[in-house]
Ligand binder design. Structure first.
Ligand SMILES: [Zn+2]
Length: 494
């Protein structure tokens, strides 16, 4: 008898509405972005104003479908699907249900929803913004302004060219996974995620994913030919990012050698900071992190070379190397391990000890703080992108783009190194942790970052100034690397 009950509710409302009386009026809908104006039908029942769903839909430029059987209207607003059923106070948005105070009303063949309530709800669930001015009888709509506009794919003689059209020049970064996903992070990018995934870039691309983060957007392309070599460029007039997929050669991914577990021979040591980037500076003696890091790195290189390993440093002098260049260098020369050397710092003088990080989503606030500190070197590289000027923003971006193929190995390596540091030097052991370090990002090999000691702690700053301490530290890290090599080379793992 359910149907009967619903019918009686409908009749009750219709009868009530006719008793109270309805009056209709037009208001003006304005799209603030393109200045399009729309006549919007409203009706008043009692003292509640209802808006025509059809006109609302035109204003926000979405698609409206009406299913007569369920008496349900569906608004497809791109990233959001909204369902409204006739004479029901419930509005379904994705998998959530919102309960409006006033029910939708069907009149003269059109569905009306309570204007103020519906505008409030829309502002909560849509990316664009609606502002209702009752006195001026006007409803403004400010759509979200996307700067990632369009995608295109063309066949070329040696492969494909994918173009990402932008409304302005945006910085980007990319990573190609072993599974053949090309992930492009566009800083400051604003993307209509649902529009992007609807593009068909076959046969070059099997599928597309799009993500909107607070400070960046990510486009992910699953490439048909994962052995293809990829070249990415930024171009102007119009602003765009081009991805050349060369399928004619059988070159490996971006010419980056795959990591050889059974052959750990070439180690890249990355002395943190350098040049205009001092890193952290000691409280008591004003010791610079960049100098300590370089000295320990050189000592570490010497020990490893003696043990028969090939070692390359990302810098051998007091020069500035952009963070991205450090792993690029390691990738280019086909390094087997990447070890970044730093000294930790804290706003408080008391924290002390050594700690080794591997790349992952920073899981606690402290690890995030360390990542933000080390990542801040990027502000020396970026002058024109405000997103890079704020440390917190940056660490946020980084946590979004974190990708590491060698998480397990990186975690193992950090654990082994930390164990040996603990054995070698008499400072507190802070263990290992994971954090989203930019410098480790894009490393196509196990990568770790060693915070040798706290330069902000006067006691440890003093230790860092001692060559005997730096030597012991280098020996500890070296022993960890050698241990790791041993384990992975002879463990029989493939
Ligand atoms: Zn550092």
């Amino acid at each position: 008898m359910r149907i009967f009950r619903i019918n009686s509710i409908i009749w009750a409302i219709i009868i009530w509405a006719s008793i109270v009386g309805t009056s209709s009026a037009k208001i003006e809908g304005v799209n603030i972005f393109n200045h399009n104006k729309y006549n919007i039908e409203t009706i008043r029942i009692g003292n509640i104003t209802y808006i025509s769903l059809t006109d609302f839909n035109r204003l926000i430029n979405s698609r409206l479908k009406w299913d007569p059987f369920s008496a349900t209207a569906t608004i497809d607003a791109g990233e959001t699907i909204i369902k409204i059923t006739m004479y029901s106070p419930y509005v379904i948005v994705g998998d959530k249900v919102y309960n409006l105070i006033y029910r939708s009303v069907f009149q003269d063949g059109a569905l009306f929803v309570p204007l103020k309530e519906f505008v409030d709800l829309s502002n909560n669930i849509l990316s664009g913004e609606l502002i209702y001015y009752p006195d001026r009888k006007r409803l403004d709509y400010l759509p979200r302004l996307y700067n990632i506009l369009d995608l295109n794919s063309e066949q070329k003689t040696n492969g494909y060219l994918i173009t990402i059209f932008l409304s302005k020049t945006l910085k980007y970064d990319y990573i190609l996974t072993d599974e053949g996903w090309l992930n492009i992070t566009i800083y400051g990018g604003k993307v209509d995620t649902s529009k992007m995934v609807r593009y068909d870039l076959k046969p070059a691309v099997k599928s597309i994913l799009a993500y909107q983060f607070e400070k960046s957007a990510q486009l992910s392309f699953r490439l048909k030919n994962r052995k293809a070599s990829i070249t990415i460029n930024s171009r102007e007039n119009p602003d765009r990012i081009t991805v050349s997929i060369n399928t004619s050669t059988n070159a490996s991914l971006s010419a980056i050698p795959t990591w050889r577990k059974n052959k750990i021979e070439l180690i890249v040591i990355d002395p943190g900071h350098g040049g205009q980037d001092d890193g952290a500076v000691g409280r008591k003696y004003h010791t610079k992190e960049k100098d300590v890091a370089l000295d320990i790195s050189k000592r570490l290189a010497k020990i490893l070379k003696k043990k028969g390993l090939r070692v390359e440093l990302t810098r051998e002098k007091d020069v500035f190397i952009p963070l991205g260049e450090r792993t690029k260098f390691a990738n280019r020369i086909g390094a087997d391990l990447f070890v970044s050397i730093h000294a930790n710092a804290s706003p408080k003088a008391s924290p002390r000890g050594s700690e080794t990080f591997f790349l992952a989503r920073a899981k606690n606030d402290e690890a995030r703080a360390v990542a933000a500190l080390e990542n801040s070197a990027i502000r020396f590289e970026e002058t024109d992108n405000s997103a890079f000027n704020k440390k917190d923003d940056l660490s946020f971006i980084l946590m979004d783009i974190v990708q590491n193929e060698y998480l397990k190995e990186s975690s193992d390596l950090s654990e082994t190194i930390q164990r040996h540091i603990k054995r070698n030097v008499d400072i507190p052991d802070r263990g290992i942790d994971q954090a989203g370090f930019y410098v480790l990002n894009n490393a196509f090999m196990p990568a770790v970052l060693v915070e040798t000691a706290f330069i902000s702690n006067p006691k440890e700053e003093k230790l860092l100034r001692k060559s005997s301490f730096r030597q012991k530290m280098a020996e500890g890290i070296a022993a960890g690397i050698l241990d790791f090599k041993q384990k992975y080379q002879y463990s029989g793992k493939k």
